[in-house]
Design a protein around this ligand. Sequence first.
Ligand SMILES: Nc1nc2c(ncn2[C@@H]2O[C@H](COP(=O)(O)OP(=O)(O)OP(=O)(O)O)[C@@H](O)[C@H]2O)c(=O)[nH]1
Ligand SMILES: [Mg+2]
Length: 166
Amino acid sequence: MGNNNNNNNNNNNNNNMSRKLTIVVVGDGAVGKSALTLRFLRDQFHEEYDPTIEDSYCKHLEVDGQEYTLDINDTAGQQEFRGHRTEQFLREGDGFICVYSITSASSFEQLIGFRDQIWRIKESKCVPMIMVGNKWDLSDQGERQIPTEVGARMAEESNALFVEAR
Ligand SMILES: Nc1nc2c(ncn2[C@@H]2O[C@H](COP(=O)(O)OP(=O)(O)OP(=O)(O)O)[C@@H](O)[C@H]2O)c(=O)[nH]1
Ligand SMILES: [Mg+2]
C-alpha cells in the first residue's frame, strides 16, 4: 500500500514538473546535423566543417504550459566515428531528427537506412520523426539531386513530418 501511495504522488508531481525527452539527430556525414542543432540552440551558423564524434546538449522549453527538458544528441555521420554508440543512441531516443542533404542522393539513401534501423530497434513504424532535406539554399545553384516531392513522399511513407531547411 505504501508503494502505491508513493507511485501516485510521483505521478502527480510529474504532471507539474519538466518532462524529459531525448532527441537524436541522425544522418550521413556533412549533411548539416551540427549546423541545424547549433542554429536551434544558439542561433549561430558554422561555415567550417568539423566532423562530430558525439555531442550532447540540454535545452529547456515550455510548450502549452508544460515544461520540457530536451536532451539533444548530435551523432556522428562519418562512418569512422559512428562506432557502437549509434545503436544505443537510437534505442534511447524518444524522437528523431533525420537529416539528408538535397544535394546528395547517397545521403538520402543513408537516411532511409537510419529510418529502417530506428524502426527495427523500436519494433514499430510509428516513431516520432522529422525528415529534414537540408542545404535547400544550394538548389538555386543547380546542385539539387533530391526533388522536394521525393523527400515529401519518403516522409509520408515514414509517418514523419517533412521540411526542407538551410
Ligand atoms: N550551403 C549550406 N551549407 C551547410 C548547410 N548546413 C550545413 N552546411 C555546411 O556543411 C558542412 C557540414 O555541416 P555539419 O553540420 O558539420 O555536418 P554534420 O552532418 O554535423 O557532419 P558530421 O558531424 O560529420 O556527421 C559545414 O561546412 C556547414 O557549414 C546548409 O543548409 N547550406
Ligand atoms: Mg556534426
